[in-house]
Design a protein around this ligand. Structure first.
Ligand SMILES: Nc1nc2c(c(=O)[nH]1)N[C@H]1C(S)=C(S)[C@@H](COP(=O)(O)OP(=O)(O)OC[C@H]3O[C@@H](n4cnc5c(=O)[nH]c(N)nc54)[C@H](O)[C@@H]3O)O[C@H]1N2
Ligand SMILES: Nc1nc2c(c(=O)[nH]1)N[C@H]1C(S)=C(S)[C@@H](COP(=O)(O)OP(=O)(O)OC[C@H]3O[C@@H](n4cnc5c(=O)[nH]c(N)nc54)[C@H](O)[C@@H]3O)O[C@H]1N2
Ligand code: SF4
Ligand SMILES: [Mo]
Length: 857
C-alpha cells in the first residue's frame, strides 16, 4: 500500500498531474512526474493546493432558506417544487446552469437529466463565457469540435503565436514548457498579440500591442499574403479570399493601430515557417465577434497547410479543468451529448440509447439569455452547479435582480457563502477537489482521473449523486440508478461509440468496458480511444471538406465616447482563481496582489489626475467599482485593465462584471467581457487604512473594505470619507476594551484595543496608505502581554520582535518579497539566476521570472 494518490489539478485546462501524499501534518502536494501534461511541474496555485483543504467556510449540510435540513427533506422538497413548476409551466420553465469545473461524470448526469428526461434544452454552462466561441470556430471549420493539437507540438514547431492569451499567468506550466522549448531551440519564434504587455511577452520576439478587438484583421490580412490554396480545396474558399484581398498591409495596420513593419514581420514569419501554432484564449473568445476571430485564425492554418501535422495547428487553450469534458457531454445548451446535435437522427439515437421518449428537440437558452429569461419570469427554477454567476456573468446587477425574483434557486457548491448562494432557496453541499472522484479532459483532449484522497466531510455528496437523487424523485429512477462514478463513465463511453462509425469525432468507446479497478487505474489518455478506428485529425478530414469561413473583421460593440472615454479590459492574475472561493483564503496566494487594481498608462494617469497606489472610482453605464491605481506603460493609452476576481466576499465594491454590459457574439452567445467603456475619477478618501481584529468586524456602510487572507486574524484594507475615530469607538462600545491611540495633526490615526492584556484590534489610518508591518501586527495577536515599549512600537505599526516586512510577495513558491529582492539587487545581484541562488526566487515554478526581470531593470 502506498500513501500517495495520483490525481489532477482542479484549476486550469493544462490539466497537470498531482500527487497527494499523506503526512503527519496534512497532505503534501507535488507534481506527478509521470503525467505528460506537466512531467512533475506545478505552478504556484497547484503547489498551494495543500493549503486549500481546510473545512472552514465549507457548505457541509443541505439547507433550505438558510436553515439546515436533512438530505431526504432537501431532495424531496426540491423535486416536489421542480415537478410543480414543470407540471404548471412546462419543462422549459426549469434550467440548469453548470460548470467546466464539474467532473465529466457529474456533467453527463446533469445533461442527461435535463435534455434526456425533463425534456428541455435548458442546460448551459459557464463555459459559455469561456470556450463557446472556440467551439463554434472549430465546428464551422471542421464540422466537429475537434482540437487538432497537443502539447508535444510545442516542442516541434518553428513559430508560436499567442493571441489574446496571458499564458504565463493563466496556463503557467504550459508556458514554462514553451520557455524551455525556446531555450532548447532558439530559432523557434514567439509572437504575442495582446493590447497589454503581459508577463507572457517575456519570451516574445515580437509583441503586437494592437487596438483592442481588432485581431481578426491581422489574420484575414495574413490569409491574403499566403500562397493561395488549390482551387476548391475548401468550402467557402472564394468568398474568404475575396474578403481577404481587401485587407492590405496598410489597411490592416491602420485598423489595428500597429506599425505596418511589425504586421509585415508577423505575416512574413507565419508564411515562411514550415510549422506554426496559434494558441488563443480569452482575448479572442470573449468578444462580440469571437467566433469569427477563431475562424480567421483557423483559416490561415488551413490555407497554409499548417494543421494536421506535428508542430502545427490552431490551438484553443481551454480555461477550466474540465471545459473540454463539458464539450464532450454536451453541456452547452445548443449541443446534445457526445458531439450530437439537435438533428432528428441524433435525437432519435439518444432516445434509443437512454430509453427516453422525451429528448429535448430544440436548443435551450444560452447563459446570458437564460438569466434574462429568469429575470422576465419565464424560467422559474434554476439549478446552479459549480459556478458563481453573480460574479462571473456580465451585468451583475441584472443577474442579482433575476435571482432575487426567481421562485426556486438551487445552488450546489462546496462553499457556504458566495455572492450567488445568498440567493439560494436550496443549497446542496457538493464534494470538493480531493474528495470527489471521476475524470476531467484537458486542452489537448487528454482524459485524466481526479481521485479522492480525503473522506467526504459532513454530509457533502458527489454532484452526480445529488443529480441522480433528484432524477429518481422525478420518476426517472431506472436511468439514474448509478452506484459509482465508474458506471457513469462507462455509460458515457458507450454512448460516444453508439452508432458512431467514425461520424462523430468524440469516441471513447474503447474505454466502455473498463471494470472498476481499471477505471481507478486509468492512465491519462487522449481521445479518440476506440477498438477499431483510430480517428485522427487527418482521417477526420476524409469525412468531407473543411471550410474557410469568410470573415469580415469587426470592431467591438463597446465604444469609448466623451462620457466614458476609456476601454476597460478584464482578466486574470497569477495567483487567484476566478471568484476566489478557494485561492482567496490562502495567505501566500493573496500576497502577490492583495487588492483589485486598475492598470493605466502614465499619460492617462496624468490626464485623470491619479497617482500610483491612489484610489480610483471606475464607472460604466451599468455600475461602479473602487480600485487601486497601478500606473504602467504596459497598457496602451486609452485602455485600462482590471482583474475579474474580486467579489462581495472580498470587497465592498470590487465586482468588475458590475460594469460590463451583456453584449454577446451572435453565433456563440459569448459575452464581450474584454471591452467596456468606462470613466474614472480619483477618490481621495478622508482616510485609508488597515485593520486587524481577533473577531469579525462590522464595517460602517460607507467604508470600502478589501479582505486579506491572513491566518489567525481578520484583516482588511479599508478607506472612507467619514470619521474613522467615530467608527472605531462604535466598535469598542460595550466591549470593555482599553483603547490606546495615537494621532498626528489629522495626518494619521492609530488605535490598539486591549482586553486583559490581549490585543483585540489594531487599526492604522492616514491620508495615504499607512506603511506598517502586517507581519508584526499579526504576531502581536499571538504573543503574551507586551511591555510598554513594545506597545508603543506596535502602535506605530513598526516591526516588533523578529517579524520583518518584506513587501508584496513576488515569488509565491518561496515567499520572497519585493523589498527583499530590491535589497538583493542593491547588494549586487545582476540576473535572475543570481537572485535565484541567493533567495531561491524563480527557481521552482518560474511564474515570477518576468517580474524578477522587471525589478532588475
Ligand atoms: N491564475 C489563473 N489562471 C487561470 C484562471 C484563473 O482564474 N486564474 N482561469 C482559467 C480560465 S477558466 C481561463 S478561460 C483561462 C484564461 O486565460 P487567458 O485568456 O490567457 O487570460 P485572461 O487574463 O482572461 O486574458 C488573456 C489576455 O487577453 C488580452 N486581451 C484583451 N483584449 C484583447 C484583444 O482584443 N485582443 C487580444 N489579442 N488580446 C486581448 C488581455 O489583455 C489578457 O492579457 O485562464 C485559466 N487559468
Ligand atoms: N469580466 C470578466 N468576466 C469573466 C471572465 C473574464 O475574463 N472577465 N472570464 C469568464 C470565464 S472564462 C470563466 S471560466 C468564468 C468563471 O467563473 P465562475 O465559474 O463563476 O467562477 P468560479 O469561482 O470558478 O466558480 C466556481 C464555483 O463552484 C464552486 N465549486 C468548486 N468545486 C466544486 C464542485 O466540485 N462542485 C460544485 N457543485 N461546486 C464547486 C466554487 O466554490 C465556486 O463557487 O468567469 C467568466 N467571467
Ligand atoms: S498550470 Fe494549471 S493545471 Fe497546472 S498546476 Fe497550475 S493551475 Fe494546475
Ligand atoms: Mo474560462
Amino acid at each position: 500500500m502506498t500513501n500517495v494518490v495520483r490525481t489532477t489539478c482542479p484549476y486550469c485546462g493544462v490539466g497537470c498531474g498531482v500527487k497527494a501524499q499523506s503526512t503527519e501534518n496534512g497532505f503534501q502536494i507535488s507534481g506527478d512526474e509521470q503525467h505528460t501534461a506537466n512531467f512533475g511541474r506545478l505552478c504556484v496555485k497547484g503547489a498551494a493546493l495543500g493549503e486549500t483543504l481546510g473545512l472552514e467556510g465549507r457548505l457541509l449540510h443541505p439547507e433550505i432558506n438558510g436553515e439546515r435540513v436533512e438530505w431526504e427533506t432537501a431532495l424531496d422538497e426540491t423535486a416536489r417544487r421542480l415537478q410543480g413548476i414543470i407540471d404548471e409551466f412546462g419543462p422549459k420553465a426549469v434550467a440548469f446552469y453548470a460548470s467546466g469545473q464539474l467532473l465529466t461524470e457529474d456533467y453527463y448526469a446533469g445533461n442527461k437529466l435535463m435534455k434526456g428526461f425533463i425534456g428541455a434544452g435548458n442546460i448551459d454552462t459557464n463555459s459559455r463565457l469561456c470556450m463557446s466561441s472556440a467551439v463554434v470556430g472549430y465546428k464551422r471549420a471542421f464540422g466537429a469540435d475537434f482540437v487538432p493539437c497537443s502539447y508535444e507540438d510545442l516542442e516541434q514547431t518553428d513559430l508560436v503565436v499567442l493571441v489574446g492569451s496571458n499564458a504565463a499567468w493563466a496556463h503557467p506550466v504550459l508556458y514554462q514548457r514553451l520557455v524551455k522549448a525556446k531555450q532548447q531551440r532558439p530559432n523557434m519564434k514567439v509572437v504575442v498579440i495582446d493590447p497589454r504587455r503581459t508577463a507572457t511577452c517575456d519570451i516574445a520576439d515580437l509583441h503586437l500591442a494592437l487596438r483592442p478587438g481588432t485581431d481578426a484583421a491581422l489574420f484575414v490580412g495574413l490569409l491574403n499574403v499566403l500562397p493561395p490554396p488549390e482551387p476548391n480545396a475548401f468550402d467557402g474558399q472564394t468568398a474568404a479570399l475575396e474578403i481577404a484581398a481587401n485587407w492590405t498591409l496598410e489597411k490592416t495596420a491602420d485598423f489595428c493601430q500597429l506599425d505596418s513593419a511589425d504586421v509585415q514581420t508577423f505575416w512574413h514569419w507565419f508564411a515562411q515557417a514550415n510549422r506554426a501554432m496559434t494558441l488563443y484564449t480569452m482575448g479572442i473568445n470573449q468578444s462580440s465577434s469571437g467566433s469569427d476571430k477563431c475562424n480567421a485564425i483557423i483559416n490561415v492554418h488551413l490555407a497554409s497547410g499548417k494543421i494536421g501535422r506535428d508542430g502545427c495547428g490552431p490551438f484553443s487553450l481551454t480555461g477550466q479543468p474540465n471545459a473540454m469534458g463539458g464539450r464532450e457531454v454536451g453541456g452547452l445548451a445548443n449541443q446534445l451529448a457526445c458531439h450530437m446535435n439537435f438533428e432528428p437522427a441524433d435525437i432519435a439515437r439518444l432516445g434509443r440509447f437512454w430509453g427516453s421518449e422525451r429528448i429535448a428537440e430544440t436548443p435551450g437558452l444560452m447563459a446570458v439569455e437564460l438569466f434574462e429569461a429568469i429575470g422576465r419570469g419565464e424560467v422559474k427554477a434554476v439549478w446552479i452547479m459549480g459556478t458563481n454567476p453573480l460574479v462571473s456573468l456580465p451585468d451583475s446587477s441584472h443577474v442579482a435582480q433575476a435571482l432575487a425574483n426567481c421562485p426556486l434557486v438551487i445552488v450546489s457548491d462546496v462553499v457556504r457563502e458566495t455572492d450567488t448562494s445568498r440567493f439560494a432557496t436550496v443549497k446542496f453541499p457538493a464534494l470538493a477537489w480531493g474528495e470527489k472522484n471521476g475524470t476531467v479532459t484537458n486542452s489537448e483532449r487528454r482524459i485524466s482521473r481526479q481521485r479522492a484522497f480525503l473522506p467526504a466531510p459532513g454530509e457533502a455528496r458527489a454532484d452526480w449523486w445529488i443529480i441522480s437523487q433528484i432524477a429518481q424523485r422525478l420518476g426517472y429512477g431506472e436511468a439514474f440508478n448509478w452506484q459509482h462514478s465508474h458506471e457513469i463513465f462507462c455509460e458515457h463511453a458507450a454512448l460516444s461509440g453508439y452508432e458512431n462509425n467514425g461520424t462523430r469525432a468524440f469516441d471513447i468507446s474503447g474505454l466502455a468496458t473498463l471494470d472498476r479497478e481499471q477505471y481507478d487505474a486509468l492512465e491519462p489518455v487522449r481521445w479518440p480511444v476506440t477498438s477499431t478506428i483510430n480517428s485522427t485529425f487527418k482521417s477526420w478530414r476524409a469525412n468531407g471538406k473543411f471550410q474557410l469561413l469568410p470573415v469580415e473583421p469587426a470592431l467591438p460593440q463597446a465604444n469609448a465616447d466623451h462620457y466614458y472615454p476609456l476601454i476597460l479590459n478584464s482578466g486574470r492574475i497569477r495567483d487567484q482563481w476566478h471568484t476566489m472561493t478557494r485561492t482567496g483564503n490562502v495567505p501566500r496566494l493573496m500576497q502577490h496582489i492583495s487588492m483589485p487594481f486598475l492598470e493605466i498608462h502614465p499619460q492617462d494617469a496624468k490626464r485623470y489626475g491619479v497617482t500610483q497606489n491612489s484610489l480610483v472610482r471606475v464607472a460604466s453605464r451599468s455600475g461602479g467599482v473602487v480600485a487601486k491605481v497601478l500606473i504602467s506603460a504596459n497598457q496602451l493609452p486609452g485602455n485600462v485593465f482590471a482583474p475579474m476576481h474580486w467579489n462581495q466576499q472580498f470587497a465592498r465594491k470590487g465586482q468588475i462584471n458590475g460594469l460590463i454590459k451583456s453584449v454577446c457574439d451572435p453565433h456563440s452567445g459569448q459575452p464581450e467581457s474584454k471591452q467596456t467603456a468606462v470613466r474614472i475619477q480619483r477618490w481621495q478618501p478622508a482616510w485609508q487604512g488597515e485593520i486587524f481584529a481577533r473577531e469579525d468586524i462590522a464595517f460602517a456602510d460607507d467604508i470600502q473594505w478589501w479582505k486579506q487572507a491572513t491566518s489567525g486574524v481578520q484583516h482588511f484594507l479599508c478607506a472612507a470619507d467619514s470619521n474613522a475615530q467615530v467608527w472605531i469607538e462604535t466598535l469598542a462600545t460595550g466591549r470593555g476594551w482599553q483603547l490606546q491611540t495615537a494621532c498626528g495633526n489629522g495626518e494619521f490615526y492609530h488605535v490598539l484595543a486591549w482586553q486583559n492584556g490581549e490585543l483585540q484590534l489594531a487599526f492604522y489610518s492616514a491620508n495615504v496608505w499607512p506603511e506598517i508591518s502586517a507581519a508584526a501586527v499579526v504576531a502581536a495577536f499571538e504573543q503574551a502581554p507586551p511591555t510598554a515599549t513594545e506597545r508603543h512600537r506596535l502602535l506605530a505599526g513598526k516591526t516588533a520582535g523578529t517579524a520583518v516586512d518584506t513587501g508584496a510577495t513576488v515569488c509565491s513558491c518561496f515567499g520572497v518579497g519585493e523589498k527583499t529582492i530590491r535589497a538583493a539587487i542593491a547588494s549586487g545581484c545582476k540576473s535572475v539566476g543570481q537572485l535565484g541562488e541567493k533567495l531561491r526566487c524563480g527557481t521552482n515554478c518560474g511564474s515570477c521570472i518576468p517580474e524578477l526581470k522587471a525589478l532588475l531593470k
